[in-house]
Design a protein around this ligand. Sequence first.
Ligand code: TXA
Ligand code: MG
Length: 346
Amino acid sequence: MQTKVIQVNPENINKSSLLPAAEKLKEGGVVAFPTETVYGLGAVYNRENALKEVFTVKGRPADNPLILHIWDQRQLADIVLEINPRYQLLMDAFWPGPLTLVFPKKPDISPLVTAGLETVAVRMPSHPVGRQLLELTGLPVAAPSANLSGSPSPTLAEHVISDFDGKIPYVIDSGPCSAGIESTVLTLTTDQPIILRPGSITREMLEKVLGEPVYLTKPGEIDRPQAPGMKYRHYAPKAPVILVEGKNDKVVEKINQLIGEKPTSQKVIILSSTENKDRYCRGIVMDIGPQTQLEITAALIYQSLRECDKLQADLVLIEGVSDEGLGAAIQNRLRKAAGGNVIDVT
Ligand code: TXA
Ligand code: MG
């Protein structure tokens, strides 16, 4: 199969250029498209073969459910059982945008979408090109991030192409994704609201709108992870990754020590804050943004992890960020990329 790349400028959308991709989705094909978080690998929600194809091409475990993407709240009537006032408050505040809500599902939703759960995750992206494609398609579109399972999520069309060239018919290229990390996943199907995956809609933002405490699941806190995807090692470059977190000066000192322990023939890459980027004794330093502007770090993080593979790193050392606000989501991804190799130098 030849993969066609359709360039669509988000500031001046040429609707007709999206028609072949919308047709392909309706016929039961798989299409990669931009959202404000990361690129998604879309299939119409009731097309069993297309849904299966999504799992196959990604190499995604069957027990990891998909998020349905809609462009209009009226589409919820076909997929969810009930919308209580708490959902409505959050939708009014954050949709369209990077918040996924877990609802009780309508019985006829394909188990391929929900991985057999009684709930379904739904979000309304804010990316104008993603939204236009959803509107032209007219049906909810199931879409995981458009990366091979386990590799860093795609924030540029070239990331999608590098994972799926020749395996899917269309990639819509609208340049970089602005948020850069996947949506916040929140469930209200439990007694208390629980964030199953942190993202750029932070706990503080959700609490403000709901007027009640919102909880964050920590790995291992619940027996069966409720966002099943969170139990897999994710987002990782091929080289071993060590995340060093704690007091700033101690982090720099520890990373310099780890660099010193590696033979000089080995390629070490350091993901550093702008503030610290000139403080490392050796290695390739990638600037992942100032400590005070974590939205820049969020937008750069997956791209930087992919860059480590391109440069054939032997070891990747990453400075941790603050756990506050958006930092919670970034730290969540970094800890996963490190697969448990975390050094705390508080
Ligand atoms: O920003 C995003 O959410 C991106 C873009 C493409 O929209 N999509 C994305 O999808 O990150 P994916 O498949 O990579 O991650 C979906 C996450 C997984 O952790 C999955 O387990 C969780 O959402 N999830 C899906 N349905 C769920 C459900 N019914 N209950 C709990 N968690 C669910
Ligand atoms: Mg993913």
